[in-house]
Structures are given as structure tokens and as C-alpha cells.
Design a binder for this molecule. Sequence first.
Ligand code: ZN
Length: 246
Amino acid sequence: MIRVLIWNEFYHEQFKEKIQKVYPEGIHRALAEFLGREEDISVRTATLYDEHCGITKELLDETDVLLWWGHARHGEVPDEVAELVRDAVLDGMGAIFLHSAHHSKPFRLLMGTPCHLTWRESEDREVLWVIDPAHPITRDIDRYFVLPAEETYGEPFIVPNPDKVLLIGNYSGGEVFRSGCLYERGNGKIFYFQPGHETFPTYKDPNVQSIIRNAVRFLAPTYRVRPTCPHVRKITDDEPYVIVKP
Ligand code: ZN
């Protein structure tokens, strides 16, 4: 069973009518709804309004893949929570940062750059082009798929060069964007996935759901090891090499 934790800021859904029409129970519930249908995935959720953002070391230790959505209240996430997430990824936890989570504290910590991009809300149509059709995350997608309306995110995206770019978004306004980026940090894998503006039903799109489902399975660790920095003795005939498995 892959244990998924979905974290959502859950701020604007509580009072903005336009968003409530799309996600009446919040974006986290919409994500939980389709992921929870999978037999090999169990889902928990947490929001900014839970105590300590609903994030503890114990909970992250029991999480294989964390999904993170936020856009307006990044600054209210305590630094200690972002550090817990970073450390869990370094141990091996998978993390999917969705849409405006590019500016979230844990993503910026893991990237080490400002993660700025260019943007506008003009309901552009987005075509998402598959760059790596053989990758497990894009396995169900044809050459491309279309979202009738999305918030425009454009280059330059101020992140380290991804280990792999899986998708490039192209908007009717002309911009292009690295919409699916894979990273490894420590023992953990990270996937940044751009679609998901809160006023559009993006997380109800079957292609978007496929990519998130596939990403959960791809990012899930087989086991986790805390990176350490041990001071060790030289291997000699008197003290033979011993393999210590975690
Ligand atoms: Zn947005």
C-alpha cells in the first residue's frame, strides 16, 4: 500500500464562490477522491488550519508520497514544518508539488532557488506536450493533451535544471513552461507538476489524474535511509569489510 498525504492550504476555497463551485470541499478532497479509488493507495489529508499544519515527523515517517498545494498563504507555514518535509524527502519520501506550490517553503528549500516564474490569469488554453513518452509518469498520455483553460505559467522558471523534463506546457498566449519536472534530492524523488489553478476543474481532467496517479507510484520509496556523515575507520585485513544493511 502506498501511503499518500495530501496537504492543501485550503484558504480561498472557504469563502471564494468561484472556487467553491469547482472544489466545494477543497482541492485536497478532490485529489483524495480520485487517488482514494486506487486499491494500492491510501490517502490522508492535512491543511494549514490543522495544528502545526497537520504535519508531524511521525506522520511524515508514515507517508510514502506527499502532495502539496498552496498559493496565497505560503508564509504562514512555519519554517520548522518546511524543514520536516525537506528532511523526509532527503530520507526517501516522494513529494509532488502542484501548481503554485512552486513558491511553497518546502519546495524552495529543496530547490535552493527563488522558484519564480512569469504568470497571468487570462484563461489561456494550455497544450501539454509529452517530452518523455516512455517514462512511467507519462505512460497513459498520447503525444499531448489539452486543458481548455489554465493560469499561464511561463519561463524563465528559476529552478535548478531538472533531472528530467517530462512535459512542456504551451499556452494560447504563446508562452512555454517546463510543466513536469523531476528531481532527486538525497534519497527522495520530487515531481513538480504545473497544472491546477483553483478556478478551473483541472484536477477533474482524466489526463491530469493519470499523471498524478503515475507520479505517486513512481515516487514511492522502496525503503528510506536517513543520510548521515559517519567518520569511519580504514578497512584492513584485521578489520574486514562488513556490510550493514539499513
Ligand atoms: Zn494559480
